[in-house]
Design a protein around this ligand. Structure first.
Ligand code: FES
Length: 565
């Protein structure tokens, strides 16, 4: 009785008598009405993140049922368990602060509960990274199932979808181009189905990355949330998890240097989110793989953008699905990919991509020879203002602003920004650089998506659509503009960003990958001597653990004690 290591006999609760522990566990499991035959099966855990506070996951109960169907049909016992759920717009100060908490929850519950494999169901921005980080550390055979994107909605002769269009209409409203009634109508038509944001935002990028890593079934990343194929993908994920039990198809075999680089290529080719770079770095860090920003620049120079999707293009995720999905994109990228990487199906990536894509719509997915844009979407910048790097999503920025020197207009915090950005007497012109300090990982705001600083109202009303904006914050994957993010070291950690004062000159050169503060060293030394952190470490609770342990963006903002040495 004590020699079994599968199913409910795994990881027994310790009462000092293993046979008693198993007897007791079975007794309680029988209270749920399972037959002895069911209780003798291998167990597939289903980590699911449904919550009343997560609109993107409102269809998860149906997905869980479909996964269970697949597990049962393949001879396993499916047992679902809740995880923390991170609904992007429902969390304060930001979901980013809780990604690592969810990752710890996932890791520990996979490890603590008796399961032989696990299906991870997530969708909204931080949930898929947290699931993959936790599963990578627990290292049990795991299948990532994503919830899929929302459908866009027809409204007044155009399609709307969260959330690039959210920002576009809000900018019009701020510029007084549309009325209160107009914006209220738009509000009701941006997010109209279950699923994650309808464009190539962070959630969609992470779905693509999960498939590129080999952690999801092929062809599943872009299936809309409400499409019946999404349920079939769930059923197939359950079946696959049973087949992986007892094999070496663990995350540590799937997530490797090669597959991480493949995922970076896909991230660049789909014009993916800047946030996804942080998340991929964190996932890779869980298996000891480093992601270098210098390497990112090399890959970005040789990996063109292949898909025409918002926010870099004009289409939606449902269009990408109909056009051939991530599989079609990866087939185009084949000459650039490491095809020997193993995937959860037991095939190498080369085997997975060996057949031709059944259908490709070239209006959405372009070829390597005739790409949508010639260079990858992201570029890392280095210099005296960002010694450890910063990120610009050049694909969603205005190239006319790429090579210039500007005068800094500094906001010392988000509160300062909110108080002054629209002030009629703000000393600002369209040629200035807007600087936001103290919005990085260790700030009180915990690196929110605040890097998309609003254009000052008086400039917006004058027709200014874009300006150079620089911060240690993040930006929504659905946003656009000439926005330099993730400046590291951040201001709250005493980085050079903390020393910038209004009136300083800053040099940006995207072609040289440079971001420099043009202030002489003697003056910087004087300012450094007077530097004081903007806030103290919280006295208790998760906020204290977070502040003490969170790493900078180039380390994925993971906790120092969670990365693999
Ligand atoms: Fe959930 Fe965008 S708010 S994916």
């Amino acid at each position: 009785m004590t020699g079994r290591k599968q199913g409910l006999a795994r990881g027994l609760t310790n009462y000092g008598d293993a046979d008693f522990s198993l007897y007791l566990r079975r007794s309680f499991a029988k209270s749920m009405g399972y037959s002895p035959e069911m209780l003798s099966r291998p167990v597939v855990g289903i980590a699911q993140s449904a919550s009343g506070f997560n609109s993107c996951h409102r269809h998860f109960p149906e997905l869980v049922e479909a996964v269970k169907r697949g597990v049962l049909a393949a001879g396993g016992l499916p047992l679902d368990f809740p995880t923390i759920s991170l609904g992007e717009v429902f969390l304060n100060p930001t979901s980013m602060m809780f990604r690592n908490l969810m990752a710890m929850d996932v890791e520990e519950m996979i490890r603590a509960q008796p399961m032989d494999a696990v299906v991870l169901i997530g969708g909204c921005d931080k949930t898929v990274p947290a699931l993959l980080m936790g599963a990578a550390s627990a290292d049990l055979p795991a299948v990532q199932l994503v919830g899929g994107p929302m459908l866009p909605m027809d409204h007044h002769g155009e399609r709307l979808g969260a959330c690039t269009d959210c920002r576009r209409f809000w900018a019009k409203f701020r510029a007084q181009e549309i009325s209160d009634q107009d914006i209220a109508e738009v509000e009701g038509n941006l997010a109209t189905t279950a699923g994650s944001c309808a464009v190539m935002g962070t959630a969609s990028t992470m779905a693509g990355i999960a498939e590129a890593l080999g952690m999801s079934l092929p062809g599943t990343a872009a299936i809309p949330a409400v499409h019946a194929d999404r349920l079939r993908a769930a059923e197939a994920s359950g079946r696959r998890a049973v087949a992986m039990i007892g094999t070496d198809l663990r995350p540590s075999r799937i997530i490797t240097e090669g597959s991480v680089e493949n995922a970076l290529r896909v991230l660049l080719a789909i014009g993916g989110s800047t946030n996804a770079l942080i998340h991929l770095t964190a996932i890779a860090g869980r298996v000891g793989v480093a992601v270098s920003l210098e390497r990112l620049n090399k890959l970005s120079d040789e990996t063109p953008i292949l898909v025409d999707l918002k926010p870099t293009g004009s289409h939606y995720m449902s269009d990408l699905f109909a056009a051939g999905g991530i599989g079609a994109v990866m087939r185009e990228l084949k000459p650039l990919l490491d095809l020997d990487c193993m995937t959860i199906t037991g095939e190498t990536l080369g085997e997975r991509l060996s057949g031709a894509a059944p259908w490709i719509d070239r209006a959405i997915i372009r070829t390597l020879d005739q790409p949508f844009q010639n260079e990858g979407g992201l570029v890392a910048l280095f210099g005296s203002l960002a010694p450890n790097g910063a990120i610009l999503k050049r694909a969603a920025a205005d190239p006319r602003l790429f090579e210039r020197e500007g005068r800094a207009v500094v906001f010392s915090s988000l509160d300062d920004l909110a108080a002054r950005i629209d002030a009629p007497d703000l000393d600002v012109t369209a040629d200035d650089f807007l600087i936001l300090q103290n919005a990085g990982p260790k700030s009180v705001y915990a690196m929110p998506e605040a890097g998309y600083l609003p254009i000052p109202a008086k400039l917006a009303r004058a027709g200014v659509k874009d300006m150079v904006r620089i911060s240690d914050a993040r930006m929504s994957g659905t946003a656009y503009g000439t926005i330099v993010l993730h400046v590291s070291p951040e201001a709250a950690a005493g980085g050079p960003l903390a020393l910038v004062e209004s009136g300083d000159r800053i040099q940006l050169s995207v072609s040289d990958h440079r971001l420099d503060l043009l202030v002489d060293e003697a003056e910087l030394a004087r300012r450094r001597a007077g530097y004081r952190p903007a806030s103290a470490v919280p006295e208790r609770g998760y906020a204290r653990l977070y502040r003490q342990s969170v790493l900078q963006a180039e380390k994925g903002c993971d906790f120092d004690f969670l990365r693999k040495a």
